[in-house]
Design a protein around this ligand. Structure first.
Ligand SMILES: C[S@@+](CC[C@H](N)C(=O)[O-])C[C@H]1O[C@@H](n2cnc3c(N)ncnc32)[C@H](O)[C@@H]1O
Length: 242
């Protein structure tokens, strides 16, 4: 990461002890619903939100990637990284810092249908990943057309119908996994958001076939009450053409 404010290094990824702050209570104003007051109170009292502001990170989600990488150590200088569903850019910032993409050593190519502010060392594509042209475009931006790491934090806006929301996120995860199997170098890594209950059987079978190790990870920065979970697949065995 080039932004000095982002701090960095794998020694600073997790927030624990010594991070206590005063609790801010939020009253329900006339125009504020109970749920938005609860959201605001949680934001104001969340140590990850405070730390991300302090460090110049775009999202509290950045800490999820930092924590997972601190434990499994898969982001390294010089790697080519793809970040699917990247807005507002927290994961891309962490990836750019880790692979040292600013000096041109590593590479980070990010995609989202939402636009977001440029990040040094990150090549941003504003497009829906499910667009038929997206995969070729992503590949065309990578050195050698291949990646070492594929990240996906993609999540479609929830509609509040649990089954529909679950199906939509799993559809995105399956599309991300299929792309990872196409674009990764042998030995590559795939990290993807899934939901509680873990990865669907079909996707899990596919990942176990393609990668040496597949594990589910719930980093401390992922809220306990959230059903969010990540699947981390390491040691890509190589695609047909490799
Ligand atoms: C949880 S946010 C990602 C946060 C990001 N990792 C960070 O640290 O800033 C999920 C993102 O996925 C994006 N997304 C969902 N479906 C997508 C799709 N089909 N194509 C591209 N982006 C998508 C959303 O627009 C949203 O910005």
């Amino acid at each position: 990461m080039t932004n000095n404010k982002s701090g960095g290094g794998k020694g600073r990824q997790s927030l624990s002890g010594g991070q206590r702050q005063l609790h801010t209570a939020v009253k329900t104003a006339r125009k504020r619903s109970v749920s938005s007051a609860r959201w605001l109170e949680r934001q104001l009292n969340d140590p990850y939100v405070a730390a991300s502001k302090r460090e110049g990170l775009r999202s509290r989600a950045a800490y999820k990637l930092r924590e997972i990488d601190a434990r499994y150590n898969f982001l390294k200088p010089g790697q080519r990284v793809i970040d699917l569903g990247a807005a507002p850019g927290g994961w891309s910032q962490v990836a750019a810092e880790s692979v040292k993409s600013v000096g041109g050593k590593g590479q980070v190519v990010a995609i989202d249908y939402l636009s977001f502010e440029p990040i040094p060392g990150v090549d941003i594509i504003e497009m829906d990943f499910t667009d038929p042209n997206a995969e070729d475009l992503l590949k065309s931006r990578l050195r050698g057309g291949k990646a070492d790491v594929v990240l996906s934090d993609m999540a479609a806006p929830t509609v509040g119908h649990a089954k529909t929301d679950h199906l939509r996120i799993m559809g995105l995860a399956e599309a991300a996994a299929a792309f990872a199997a196409d674009v990764l170098e042998p030995g590559g890594v795939f990290l993807c958001k899934v939901f509680q209950g873990g990865t669907e059987r079909d996707l899990l079978d596919m990942l176990k076939r393609d990668f040496k190790v597949v594990r589910h990870v719930k980093p401390p920065a992922s809220r306990q009450e959230s059903s969010e979970l990540y699947v981390l697949a390491t040691g890509f065995r190589g695609s047909q053409g490799d």
